[in-house]
Design a protein around this ligand. Structure first.
Ligand code: NAX
Ligand code: K
Length: 507
């Protein structure tokens, strides 16, 4: 699904109002009803639970006021606190007037903040997408007061203080929400690591915004969730043979890190590759032949690191990096690979560190090469530390545009960057996957998908990243998050890919 800027969100709201012949007040009522339904079904508060709604002067505050009315009408103990302002939006005022007189409604003042015990529920409807600058004065004090409370905090649309799609100065006042409930589409701000402590767990609520308008909007950020890739992996034709799905070459492993080669190799096989040859140093030969009998092994003549690039003629795709080490001889193997390869490449781990330490090698990257850095490796690749999360995304766009490559920036919401600068944020996966070897598994899986000629580079990257996270989610159901190890991911690659496979045969 698309990630809209605050400006496009306003356009969408207006277009929905026009296309559906409704008023903005009616759209706000839908929003409030969706919030009300979520609170009742997910939180199931007792009628006696004090629900304190903090409402700002714009439409975010209007949502809060409408919600207060719905809660009151259903018999819940709503209590409204208003942030005084010079101007109020029309829909705020309309909902202020519709609030029944029995609902306690007071203006906030520095000397008059309510007691907010642990038993209360706090609704943060101070500011949403209309926020144009960091919060100061009374608004900042209210935010600090909410954050000090032990009560559950639910943010409407955005945690107040957070800008939807732009950075704010460090230490700006921000509500620390346990839940953020937004409308129809998530926001880019939710997906950035620096915001996790403020956004909490986020959910999208449907309010009937015009799908046709969303469909026609041009954006450069997407969110990849459950349904997006279903059916994208072509079904295997009955008359396929192992050549149909490509022969991959994996260059991996060094003394003490042969396990990385084993994990990437098994993941590649589970990813559906036709044939796999693994190049390891001598130290890895017996290990690989024993641990991964399905793979062929082509050992390097050196005992503990890779020093020679094999003839690339037989291969449909080449992966390099897991457990490689950063010796000069391995760097020369990488250089030769970049100079001679005519098939898709997947580069990870020490292959990326070697690129970062020898940045002139980046000029040799063949078009459509797939790189899979985590943020620290990415920083080494670009050579300049990111000032903030948005700056890192701009660096990512600039990097893929300059090098005409695909880059998978690994994080809680991994971003797949395409050469045109479009970013696709991945929604599958869980914190249990933050474990050694998880990245090696991704490399192997991506290598398999890049060897499959039926898939475009973009589809291979998106399918691989999503299936990797989905394998993690399936594995965690069995092992729990803490108990999850990288080989569990490998076991669940098959089921994850199965979910994404088309039911009808491809041509
Ligand atoms: N437009 C629509 O049709 C819909 C809007 N919805 C709600 O409307 C929200 C957006 O409403 P608005 O555009 O009115 O914006 P907000 O309610 O986020 O805030 C705008 C108000 O805050 C003031 N303001 C901005 N920055 C400030 C600062 N740093 N300190 C103090 N005041 C500041 C502005 O002058 C304005 O009065 C969404 O987040 C969502 O909650 C929903 O009701 C769904 C439908
Ligand atoms: K809010």
């Amino acid at each position: 699904m698309k990630l809209l800027s605050a400006a496009l969100t306003r356009t969408l709201d207006q277009a929905t109002i026009q296309a559906q012949g409704i008023t903005s007040l009616e759209l706000m009522e839908r929003a409030a009803t969706a919030l009300f339904d979520w609170i009742l079904t997910e939180l199931r508060p007792a009628y006696s639970t004090p629900i304190h709604l903090f409402c700002g002067p714009g439409n975010n505050g209007g949502d809060g006021l409408a919600l207060a009315r719905l809660l009151h009408e259903a018999g819940y103990a709503a209590h409204v606190w208003l942030l005084p302002a010079k101007r109020y939006s029309a829909d705020f005022t309309a909902n202020r007037l519709r609030l029944p007189a029995e609902v306690p409604c007071q203006e906030l003042a520095a000397a008059r903040f309510p007691e907010l015990p642990a038993s209360a529920v706090l609704i943060d409807a101070l500011f949403g997408t209309g926020l144009s600058r960091p919060l100061t004065d009374l608004a900042a004090e209210v935010v600090a007061h909410l954050n000090r409370s032990p009560a559950l905090r639910i943010a409407v649309d955005l945690p107040s203080g957070l800008l939807a799609d732009a950075p704010q100065p460090p230490d700006s006042p921000l509500v620390q929400a346990h839940y953020t409930l937004c409308f129809e589409l998530p926001k880019l701000a939710f997906l950035l690591p620096g915001h996790a402590a403020f956004v909490g767990e986020w959910h999208t609520l449907q309010i009937g915004l015009e799908q046709e308008v969303i469909h026609n909007m041009a954006v450069d950020n997407y969110f990849i969730e459950d349904n997006y890739l279903k059916g994208c992996l072509p079904k295997r034709p009955r008359f396929s043979h192992k050549g149909t799905f490509g022969h991959a070459l994996l260059l991996a492993g060094s003394q003490g890190k042969v396990g990385a080669a084993v994990l990437a190799a098994t993941a590649c096989l589970r990813g559906g590759v036709g044939l796999l040859t693994v190049r390891v140093p001598q130290v890895g030969y017996a290990i690989l032949q024993t641990a991964v009998p399905e793979a062929m092994c082509l050992p390097d003549s050196a005992p503990d690191i890779l020093t020679e690039l094999p003839d690339l003629t037989p291969y449909a795709a080449v992966g390099m990096g897991p457990g490689l080490g950063q010796q000069a001889a391995s760097r020369e193997v990488l250089r030769q690979l970049l100079q001679t390869a005519t098939v898709p490449l997947v580069l990870d781990a020490d292959a990326l560190n070697l690129l970062g330490a020898n940045r002139e090698l980046l000029e040799l990257l063949p078009p459509d090469t797939l790189l899979t850095p985590h943020p620290k490796e990415f920083e080494r690749l670009v050579g300049i530390p990111a000032r903030h999360d948005y700056h890192r995304l701009e660096q990512l766009r600039a990097f893929v545009r300059q090098h005409r490559c695909y880059c998978v920036l690994k994080d809680a919401y991994t971003a797949v960057a395409a050469p045109d600068g479009t970013l696709y944020f991945n929604g599958s996966g869980n914190p249990g996957m933050a474990t050694g070897g998880s990245g090696d598994v991704l490399t192997g899986l991506l290598l398999a998908l890049r060897a499959d000629k039926r898939l475009s580079a973009l589809d291979a990257a998106l399918l691989g990243v999503y299936a990797h996270g989905r394998a993690g989610d399936l594995a965690a159901q069995e092992t729990g998050e803490a108990g999850l190890i990288a080989s569990d991911l490998v076991r669940f690659i098959g089921p994850a890919l199965q979910e994404l496979t088309a039911s009808a045969p491809g041509l």
